[in-house]
Structure formats: structure tokens, C-alpha cells
Design a protein around this ligand. Structure first.
Ligand code: AMP
Ligand code: MG
Length: 416
């Protein structure tokens, strides 16, 4: 058996970052920047009002209340060129350009107008700049906005749009082919013939990949036939950036994925027994010629998803240019005993993590811990890391990998 760290080192050092390419800014959410984004223009583009109210000269409000002549109105979208002289004001809406001569805005709630709407009484003493948003106060023209390596989240996509940047150089999201292997697998609905099972891994892995922001290619089910597996991988390597297969990497008579990867996986091919439970067997290679990474995950459904977490997801994130490769690792408290036996492996327990009344994070098993028991994986939002030994007692600290922060069950909903 080899430590997880060694297997990961091998995988991560074999997976190259994908060549950057231009992407339309609106479609780049979730991508990692491969260039510095600079602002060619300021944001806001012009000095404007932060309030609905009256634009005026702050010096006119020294002795409140002040009476000012209303000489016009500027709406959002107007060019707002009417000049405000001493003793004058302009009715103004939020986002409208501040008229020349004005240096402050009195919010409408602090004003009164006469019946004709020609004179406004200002209740406040205002400083220059009050309720004014200056050109460039968010982003100055010429400034560096985002560095290479920045993850483009929704607000950053909004910033690109504010700056009029239509496309950006990003690392593409890997397109990942997924196949299930095994003569026992069926996809058809209807009664199961004895000995057959339904394919759980391919839909689960495809779903996980989509959720993680990667592209997917469904490569279907391949039986335990070496020639069919070779054909499938040879076809996949020309249209995928990576291939993920489940099943056939263990020591059974029909575990052929290992043999196939040995044929196609080049010098990077390694078949490993990782010191982890579940997900001990694991194979990895770079498909000849294209050097497309191929991951051979164990067939047991829980093992395949955990192997994905340990090796595939970090490798794909690194190919996509991400700087953080792993799930958040947090310290939690065992809500009950989490026993195990010493066996030289790290155990990853499927657990439910929830915050307690005092804000502390507590975990309990989400169900049966067999590597074939996908239901407990389905009900888990975290994996608890139990180092080799006798386990963790109730009330003691245990490290977890948080799989789903949105599903972090709270003792009480956050009170807004
Ligand atoms: P293997 O790694 O091929 O020896 O498979 C280990 C176990 O996982 C066996 O019980 C298989 O039937 C099961 N298994 C393999 N592939 C799948 C799959 N795609 N969906 C559900 N179970 C699977
Ligand atoms: Mg099999």
C-alpha cells in the first residue's frame, strides 16, 4: 500500500494545466483567468448621484434650512449638462450624472418643494461629496483588476461586464469522459435479471463532474472485454481532456481496466493500492499520443466517488488552473463514538456535519459504511478522516472534508 499523498503526487505531477484560450466573458463563470485584467475605463464611468433628491452646491447649505431655485431635472440615462449656479439646484435621480457646478445631493426625504415645484427647501447642512459617487471610485481607469489565477465568480463576471470586456483568456474547463465497466451492469428499466445490477457510478460521476463545473461526455457501459475497453478509450482520448472509468481495477479475474491502462497508459501508468478505506485500488495513466489522463476508479459506488474526491477532482481542478484543489478541511467534534480497527489505512467515514447551538461543528455517521452502500454517501455532506488506530471517541476532535457547505445542517436556521 502507498500513502494517499504519494498517489496524489503522481497524479497531479502528470496532469498538465490546459492551454488558455479566449472565452466570452458571459460564459466564463467558474473558469480561472490566465491573464491580468486591466480597466480601460473607470467604474463608475461618471460622477453620479447615490440618491433620488436634489443636486446642489454644498456651500449653499451652510445655514439650514436653505431655499434653492429648482432649474431642471436629470434622470438616470440623461447626459445631465445643465449647470448649477449658487442658489440653484437640480432634481436628480439615483445614477443620473451629477450636473456641472453641483458637488452634493440632498436626499428627497430631507427636502420640501413649493407648490409650483420651483423652490426646494433643504433641511440638511451638506458636505461636498455627500450622496455623490465619484467616477472611478470602484475601479480606477488603468488599474489592474484581476490577476492570473483568479477564479471568475458571478460578481467578477459582472465586473468584466461593467468594464466592457467581452472576452477573457482563461484555462478551459476539462471535458471529462465517463464510462462504467462490468458485465453485470444494465441501464434498461424493468425487472433485473438475476446477477445483474443497475449502473450507479456513471450517473453519479457525471452529476458530480457537472456540479464541479467540468464538461462531460457520457461514454456508456463497456463489458469486461479487453478489446471493447481499448476501443472505448481510444475513441475517448480524441474528444476528452480526461477519462474516468469505474470498475475493473481490483484483483478479480475480470478486472481488465488495469490491463487495458497498462497497454494504453504509457510510462505514467501506475496501478496502486492506496492506504485508504474505501477506495484502495486505483489506476492512472496518460493515454498514448494524446497524453489524456485516464483514471481507473474502483467499482464499488462509494469507493468510486471517494476516489474521485481524492484524485480526480483535484487533478481536474489543477488542469483547469485552480489554485485550491481540495474541499475545505475543517475540525469537527464527534457527536458519537466513531470506532475503527487498526489496518494501516486512513478511513474516510460518510458523515452528516451540522453546526450546534454554540456554533461548533459536529459529525455523526450518515448510515451504513460499506463501500457498496451508496445511500450513506447520498446522505452525507462530509467525510470524516479517521487516522490509523482505534477511532475517535464521542466529544473528541475529528477532521472532516466538507463535501457540501450548502447542506451544512444547522441546529437553527440563521436568523436574519
Ligand atoms: P469491480 O471494481 O469491477 O470489481 O466492482 C466492485 C463492485 O462494484 C462489484 O460489486 C460491482 O458489481 C460493483 N460495481 C461496479 N461498477 C458498478 C457501477 N457502475 N454501478 C454500481 N455498482 C458497480
Ligand atoms: Mg467489475
Amino acid at each position: 500500500m502507498i500513502p494517499i499523498a504519494e498517489a496524489r503526487r503522481h497524479v497531479l505531477s502528470s496532469c498538465a494545466v490546459l492551454e488558455p484560450r479566449d472565452e466570452a466573458s458571459g460564459a466564463a463563470e467558474g473558469c480561472v483567468l490566465a491573464e491580468t485584467v486591466r480597466a480601460a475605463e473607470p467604474v463608475p464611468p461618471f460622477t453620479n448621484s447615490a440618491m433620488d433628491g436634489y443636486a446642489l452646491r454644498a456651500a449653499d447649505t451652510r445655514s439650514s434650512p436653505t431655499r434653492l431655485k429648482v432649474i431642471g431635472t436629470v434622470m438616470a440615462g440623461d447626459d445631465g449638462t445643465v449647470t448649477v449656479a449658487p442658489g440653484q439646484s437640480v432634481r436628480i435621480m439615483t445614477g443620473a450624472p451629477l450636473p456641472p457646478g453641483a458637488d452634493a445631493v440632498c436626499m428627497v426625504e430631507r427636502t420640501r418643494v413649493d407648490e409650483q415645484g420651483t423652490v426646494v427647501v433643504i433641511e440638511d447642512v451638506l458636505e461636498p461629496g455627500t450622496n455623490v459617487r465619484s467616477a472611478g471610485e470602484d475601479i480606477a481607469a488603468g488599474s489592474d483588476v484581476f490577476a492570473p489565477g483568479t477564479l471568475l465568480g458571478p460578481a467578477r463576471i459582472g465586473v468584466l461586464a461593467s468594464l466592457g470586456i467581452e472576452s477573457v483568456l482563461v484555462h478551459p474547463r476539462p471535458r471529462v469522459g465517463v464510462l462504467s465497466t462490468g458485465d453485470e451492469l444494465v441501464t434498461e428499466a424493468g425487472p433485473l435479471p438475476r446477477g445483474k445490477i443497475r449502473d450507479a457510478n456513471r450517473p453519479a460521476l457525471l452529476g458530480q463532474l457537472r456540479r464541479d463545473g467540468f464538461g462531460t461526455v457520457d461514454l456508456g457501459i463497456v463489458g469486461d472485454e479487453e478489446a471493447d475497453l481499448v476501443t472505448c478509450l481510444e475513441d475517448a482520448r480524441s474528444r476528452c481532456d480526461a477519462v474516468v472509468a469505474s470498475g475493473g481495477v481490483s484483483v478479480g479475474d475480470r478486472d481488465l481496466m488495469k490491463a487495458v491502462l497498462e497497454k494504453l497508459g504509457g510510462d505514467a501508468m501506475r496501478s496502486m493500492q492506496v492506504a485508504v478505506k474505501p477506495a484502495k485500488p486505483f489506476a492512472f495513466g496518460l493515454l498514448d499520443a494524446t497524453r489524456v489522463p485516464a483514471f481507473g476508479l474502483p467499482g464499488n459506488p462509494v469507493s468510486s466517488l471517494i476516489s474521485y474526491e481524492l484524485f480526480v477532482r483535484p487533478a481536474l481542478r489543477s488542469m483547469a488552473g485552480h489554485r485550491t484543489l481540495d474541499r475545505p478541511r475543517l475540525s469537527a467534534i464527534a457527536a458519537c463514538d466513531l470506532p475503527r480497527r487498526p489496518d494501516g489505512k486512513l478511513h474516510l467515514l460518510r458523515v452528516v456535519a451540522h453546526t450546534d447551538g454554540d456554533g461548533s461543528l459536529r459529525v455523526r455517521p450518515s448510515g451504513g459504511q460499506g463501500s457498496h452502500m451508496l445511500r450513506a454517501m447520498a446522505d452525507a455532506n462530509a467525510l470524516a478522516l479517521l487516522p490509523d488506530g482505534d477511532g475517535v471517541r464521542a466529544g473528541r476532535h475529528v477532521e472532516i472534508l466538507l463535501l457540501d457547505g450548502d447542506e451544512l445542517v444547522r441546529a437553527a436556521e440563521v436568523a436574519w
